[in-house]
Design a protein around this ligand. Sequence first.
Ligand code: ADP
Ligand code: ZN
Ligand code: ZN
Length: 802
Amino acid sequence: MQTVQVIVDVPTMQTNRPYTYLVPERLTNQVEAGMRVIVPFGRGHREVQGFVVATGQTESAYQGALKELTALMDLTPVLNPEMLALSKWLADHTYAFWISCLYTMLPNLLKAKTKRLVRVIDEFDPQLQQSLFGEAATLDLAQVQTDPAAMHELVKLKRAGKVQIEYAVEDQARAKQVTALQATLDFEVYEELLATVPKNAKAQQRLLVYLQGLGEQKVPLKAARQQTGLSLATFRLGEQRGWLKKSLVEQLRTPMRQTKGADRPVTLNAEQTAAVTAIQAGIQAPTAPTFLLKGVTGSGKTEVYLRAMAAALANGQTALMLVPEIALTPQMVQRVRGRFGQQVAILHSGLSNGERYDEWRRIQRQEVQVVVGTRSAIFAPLPKLGLIVIDEEHENSYKQEDAPRYHAREVAKWRAQYHHAAVVLGSATPSLESYARAKTGNYHLLTLTHRVNQQPLPPVTVVDMRQEPRQGGESNFSRALLAAVQARLAKGEQSILLLNRRGFSSFMMCRDCGYVLKCPNCDISLTLHLATQNMKCHYCGFEAPIPQRCPHCASRQIRYYGTGTEKVEAELKHRLPAARVIRMDVDTTRRKGQHAKLLQAFGQHQADILLGTQMIAKGLDFPNVTLVGVLNADTGLDLPDFRAGERTFDLLAQVSGRAGRADKAGQVFIQTYNPDNYVIQLAQAGNYEAFFGAEMQLRKQAQYPPYFYTVRLMVAHPEEKAAAKVIHQLARRLQGHLAPETVVLGPTPRAIARIKNQYYYQIVIKYRHDPALHQLLTELQHEIQRDRQLHFAIDPDPQYFM
Ligand code: ADP
Ligand code: ZN
Ligand code: ZN
């Protein structure tokens, strides 16, 4: 008897293992690993979806107790053997449910209960077609999936390439409908109406003439407005008078696939050539080397990626490239498309479910050799991978914050091992973890030391905000920065102004001396808790009252720090009334496509100043930008997180690279209350090496990564007591089972102790080498006393600690 191992869609700890099911006679030899099935589950024999993760024969002893699977959901596997193996590793490595990992690898369309249609794509026995499809071209798979004879035939047809499966998006019609208008009257009637409306009612006259010319045609309202220049009110009036009617029409899915003019490879310089040669050798070698490509902004890293990808393709292999955020790197996508054209699939969160599924299917069908995408694109089922590129490898967006809490870099390395592929991590400011590995020879270091255009990096001026006059209220602008912006306005050049708003800026800072209240035990700033009116350390739990005076200089000018982009925009309007400003933050970019629009407008010089949060720091390449101003470098610096310094350095380096990209020289201003801080000073000098050295010292002393690994245990419950009880149980359970060097921080409440009426507590474990830890944590997951409301999560290598 054939059996299969099934992971069922019941995400609990108790059911987080494969269940054995019998394959009914009628489905023998049709079920393969990687297919989805419907199985009866639990005492009630409830029907649930599941994934076949293995097939085999039963030992007859078990046969009696086994249930049979009910139906087959797929005609061919949706997950290949690599993906199945990866899902198992992922579940183990991230302490996630196996089922969550399986779903994470697939496009949403395959997760939801989507209608599956079988479509005839080639001729076959007419009698058989008639019996299965009747006169129709498609067949709803759900209607026949429990019919063994029909399923048997369909699997055979699928294998013979006679039919294919399509997933119909249920909400597609709704999502893609637009309002259209249509003329309701005859030509002559409009003629008569034209004679009756007053001569001075120009808009009405124009509308009537327009409608008269439409005939039967339905025109989207938006297009009609563009064609006529008439207002919505006029169209509404026309509707009220019965001259036209509105209806909804479907707009077809238009995946943005037009290729901008082909991109030509340039002649590589010596450093680029050396990098490409090394990576090429790595691609061909039967090993899985990781390269760290370190090069300042504008040093030609992208060109190296493109050449290396071409090398993989030339070798008969495929290439995968990750970028932190597609919306932030439109230029990168264009260049990959320009180089590889139709061989490229793009995967990112901005796509609709349908578009995403289409792209995934092109990959699955092996129609593309190159995939570019954000974090989850690391699961693109490309066969024969030769190269995985991770651009801006230090970015936090490569770590998923929700389960499964994976880091794309780790998944990349796993896949590289599987395929004997090469991994290239690229950055101007590598993560400390990666650079440390490169220094010890764990990664192969490749460096690009100068900008391609031979322009030096722009000079950086640090402005000491403590020295600014404060009469007439506080300003976000120093005199120097304001003058520099003014000078750009006069010359018709553009400026980028960055307001650093990392996380929530809820810490206290002295405006006179720049002092920030820190934890005496952890050397990490204390967080202001408005609810409890005190200051807390989120690592060790230390608490202190909110100070009335600065403990350092006794000034009373202590303030809760944080300013908004709107406030800055208002001040700009007031101080530079002539300047045209584009504001870019979460509020102005919420709508799909808005981000790209704003950037495009700025690129076309429709504004003089681009004011925004972190989202403007990356990847932008505007030749006319000659000034970059960072309004508040400190915000990120004093967050209660050991990576605060690293993130601030990265941000300052990134944003500085935005100025002087072309032949015009650039200039950078960094406003700060901490001009003596090593991060600010080394960012000013653009000295990554020195920053790395200094930061590594601190990490070593404080026992943080890359010297130690971290893992975080989180508990949440609507009852604070219940959450606290569990976290303390966990803490006790850890005692005596950890390696001597291992450090346990906490338990402590999290920074926002209560989110959505859940109380959060956490423990952070720091360890160097603790072989028993993984097993212990896995056991804890099973042991933990759960009531329905308790959430428990283990987060390996967390990127944020708040
Ligand atoms: P990075 O990714 O390191 O910021 P890019 O790859 O975007 O740098 O290169 C910056 C610019 O220099 C791009 O316009 C690119 O086309 C150009 N470029 C790269 N390499 C060369 C080269 N060898 N010769 C001429 N131009 C180059
Ligand atoms: Zn002070
Ligand atoms: Zn502390």
